[in-house]
Design a protein around this ligand. Sequence first.
Ligand SMILES: Nc1ncnc2c1ncn2[C@@H]1O[C@H](COP(=O)(O)OP(=O)(O)OP(=O)(O)O)[C@@H](O)[C@H]1O
Ligand SMILES: [Mg+2]
Length: 287
Amino acid sequence: MQLANGSGDSILLREIEDLFQTDTELPIGLAPLRPKKNLKSLKLPPEVEQIVGDFMTEVRHAKALEKAGLDPRHKALLIGPPGNGKTVLAGAISMELKVRAFMVRYDDLISKVPGETSRNLLRLFSFAKREPTLLFFDEFDALGRERDNDQESGEMKRVVSTLLVQLDDVPSHVICMAATNHAQMLDSAIWRRFNIRIELPRPVLARFPEFMLDEFRRFGHDPDPEKADLVEVAYRIVPDHFSDAELFTRNVMRSFVLARELGHPKTIEVAIQDELVLWAEGQKKLS
Ligand SMILES: Nc1ncnc2c1ncn2[C@@H]1O[C@H](COP(=O)(O)OP(=O)(O)OP(=O)(O)O)[C@@H](O)[C@H]1O
Ligand SMILES: [Mg+2]
């Protein structure tokens, strides 16, 4: 993992790594969610920053709310089109709150043995409850959909019911975040469990130059705005989402590094121009 922006972040990342090193035996269905970026390096609309800030304040001061007889909110649903930061935001929040974070892997969790999946879920939650943890449920709509469509054994229905019960019971030191690209597919039982909703919209074009500049700086480059106008670049590549723009900058970096390796180095600005040509030819998919 590399972050070029400041030693404080690297120290924090190391602390997070240490948290994971103690977890040699993870229950079935859990995988570490390793933060990729910190919160301040994310490009978020101001209203999202506000909601995220409030969410973290509530999580940090959960005990005070509990003492006052109020339920602290610690379950958030991340909604929005692909590639705009749902996963990376969950990781960044765990880093900010200094809690370990895990992604729930349905493939591993779901067993053919009747009842075993629900048992796996119970084990997973009991593990999470042991200490402050962030549990991330990606593609949550897939579970909701399965619930309606499962015609074979009803096993999936039972699994989702178990999950909903667990979500009701989970203590406030377990932060639950679920992500979906298809919020309309979630039924009301699922909606009700998540009392914070964070919508990550498709970014406006104007956010991409700044995003790409940050990406280049992460690799220690600062393209000359005269020779590589990133506003013009964004206008030409018209990224659909941040991960598209990230792909573009990574391709540029790869071609920059390989050119140097092969003994015919080029500047970062030339690498950007070269990638623009490939992008225009439709080769961007060769990621
Ligand atoms: N708001 C953002 N700020 C900074 N980087 C971002 C942002 N959104 C996405 N990225 C970058 O784009 C990549 C894709 O983001 P991420 O995986 O979080 O998207 P996602 O919304 O979870 O997509 P999917 O729905 O496909 O799972 C990440 O590697 C991240 O670095
Ligand atoms: Mg994701």
